[in-house]
Ligand binder design. Sequence first.
Ligand SMILES: [Zn+2]
Length: 163
Amino acid sequence: MDVDFEAVDHEAFMREALKEAELAGLAGEMPIGAVVVHAGRVIGRGRAQHQARQSEIAHAELNALLQAEQFIHAHIHDGCILYTTLEPCVMCLGAVAMSDMEHIVYSMTDNWMKPKPMLEVEHVRRHIKKYVGGILEEESLWLWERFDPHGLKMLQEGRSVTA
Ligand SMILES: [Zn+2]
């Protein structure tokens, strides 16, 4: 099933991802959240859980994808949209393409990892049709200011900064 991407209320779903980001921040994690949406319904939720899982790869997007995986595997993959409060890293971008999903909507740009060149990788380009950023960016920024101002500086300036 194809999705009418332009007709979707992206802000409403980004608010769901922001809720996850806030829960992550409140738990002492980086304030990053994600949801997977299919046919107007959230089918997977995730948030950063590096501390909780003692893992460097427990990213919000990956956690949301893993929760949605059974659904995605059993149904037609296209038409799914991943919403994430921070532009996905190279691992998560790869995982979205591997999941046969078509669309990514993010809030804040990642100037630290600068993942956009990854969109040119043939496999990724074949899968990802829409890649849209800047949705509710102020809200995401506010969560970083509240929970991880040091991390925010890195994301904005694209370099390591000493605390
Ligand atoms: Zn990631």
